[in-house]
Design a protein around this ligand. Structure first.
Ligand code: SAM
Length: 264
């Protein structure tokens, strides 16, 4: 759908085909909103922030400048998580930890698709946790997800004395700091803390990989979304930790290694 059509279907709350089926005219008020939306677009604001919503695995989620816009690559990560969680005994609760939850997309899609799951989410941003909580509530999944607003580095240290998980999953910030300035204008409108992976982009992977084995059940898995060129570095970090049995990669639909599965 063209961008203008997306704005209009949003304004009229109709399908694309309905735009052309009858003669529709914008009221003065709708015209003002439409002009405002177009001016936000021309200033580089992402369409999803303007519409205020995104579809993630068939689930409608509210999004705005408080959170990263969920990407299709992350849907593939979640499909992989669902496959892993559905293996084994279907009657036992499967405990999942989602680090850097943002809009709550990963947690919500898992909670919705894996009936016997319970997801703990962590994000350092109170604004993101507010929106993720709202999204869980809107999707009637708030009793299957708990939201924790904390720096994951601190959470990971404290959690090893408390709980174990079947799956730890994360799409952490992974852009090297110096590259953020070169990103397209609309991406730069997303929260800096959702993008910034430190000098080499790998800070969060180091933190998560060094702690996750202590949080995983014996057959547990760590599932990470990674940047296009990070597979080799991730493999080195996993091997250097000496804590995991296996580290493999899955290609996304575009043939890029964007998912890593690390077995405890
Ligand atoms: C790349 S975004 C991913 C958001 C969402 N999970 C997704 O897949 O669209 C990374 C998230 O990590 C959060 N974050 C950044 N630094 C963090 C930290 N030190 N502790 C916890 N969360 C952090 C950001 O606020 C952001 O929501």
């Amino acid at each position: 759908m063209k961008i203008e059509e997306q704005l209009l279907t949003h304004l009229f709350n109709c399908r694309r085909v309905d735009l052309y089926a009858g003669k529709r005219t914008l009221t003065d008020e709708q015209m003002q909103v439409f002009s405002h939306m177009k001016s936000r677009l021309s200033q580089g604001e992402p369409l999803q922030y303007i519409l205020g919503a995104v579809d993630f695995m068939g689930i409608s989620l509210c999004v705005d400048e408080r959170v990263l816009i969920p990407r299709p690559e992350t849907e593939e990560l979640v499909v992989c998580a669902i496959d892993l969680l559905k293996q084994g005994n279907g009657s036992q609760i499967r405990y999942v930890l989602d680090l850097g939850t943002g809009s709550g997309n990963i947690a919500i899609a898992i909670a919705k698709n894996v009936l016997n799951s319970f997801v703990t989410t962590v994000d350092i941003s109170p604004a993101a946790i507010d929106l993720a909580t709202l999204n869980a509530h809107e999707n009637k999944l708030n009793d299957k997800i708990r939201f924790i607003c904390q720096d994951m580095k601190i959470f990971l240290k404290e959690e090893i004395f408390r709980n174990k998980y079947d799956l730890v999953i994360s799409n952490p910030p992974y852009i090297p700091t110096a590259q953020i300035e070169q990103l397209p204008c609309d991406v730069k409108k997303e929260p800096f803390i959702a993008l910034d992976g430190g000098e080499d982009g790998l800070n969060f992977y180091r933190e998560i990989i060094s702690a996750a084995h202590l949080l995983l059940e014996d057959n547990g898995c760590l599932l990470l979304e990674i940047g296009e060129y990070q597979a080799e570095d991730i493999k080195k970090i996993v091997e250097a930790s000496g804590k995991y049995q296996e580290c493999s990669f899955r290609k996304d639909n575009a043939g890029k290694q964007r998912i890593t599965i690390i077995k405890r």
